[in-house]
Design a binder for this molecule. Structure first.
Ligand code: TYD
Length: 167
């Protein structure tokens, strides 16, 4: 059994449908630990990097609009789950990409739909599908200081860039 981390995103439709509690409860069945969590607005740059493997697909622009919140709300909840076999355990509970093909008791099967106008699968949750993608996605969405457990190599950098602080 290998310890893994997985990036979970409760997408804008998940937030607008008030599914955060249901989804976190469903995922708690895995007994995995949440080691990072934040609510954020997804920038175009982040959205396009996250979905770069789908760049050539006909639904790419609508997919970017969807994750940036054009159809629901402009926020997502990003979480990092940590523990043995985290990736497959979470994917199993999420269900298949297409909500119409997902098991009816999975998160996507229960709460997802296909948008009849855009044809995008509004499947309420993202979860990393491989170890390679989990690493890429966690490093894209989180900095090491935002996680309470770290499994990928880190280094210290001394930065002097401006940042917002409380006035
Ligand atoms: P993908 O990375 O293939 O699947 P998953 O999210 O299960 O890892 O696709 C990313 C998202 O793109 C998917 O969650 C919903 C959307 N999508 C569509 O709208 N239509 C499609 O035909 C596919 C394959 C994906």
């Amino acid at each position: 059994m290998v310890v893994q981390q997985s990036l979970v995103i409760i997408k804008p439709d998940g937030l607008v449908k008030s599914l955060t509690g249901n989804i976190i409860t469903a995922l708690s069945e895995t007994k995995l630990k949440i080691v990072g969590a934040k609510i954020l607005k997804v920038s175009r740059e982040l959205a396009e990097k996250h979905y770069e493997h789908l760049k050539s697909k006909p639904f790419f622009n609508e997919l970017i609009d969807y994750i940036m919140g054009k159809y629901h709300t402009d926020r997502v909840l990003a979480l990092v789950y940590h523990g043995e076999e985290a990736i497959n355990k979470i994917r199993e509970i999420c269900g298949a990409t297409n909500p119409e093909e997902a098991s009816p008791i999975s998160i996507r099967g229960k709460y997802g739909r296909i948008n009849s106008k855009t044809k995008v699968f509004e499947n309420v949750i993202h979860a990393s599908d491989t170890e390679e993608n989990a690493k890429r996605e966690i490093q894209l969405w989180f900095s090491p200081s935002e996680l309470t457990e770290i499994i990928y190599p880190i280094k210290t950098e001394f930065l002097t860039s401006p940042k917002l602080v409380w006035a």
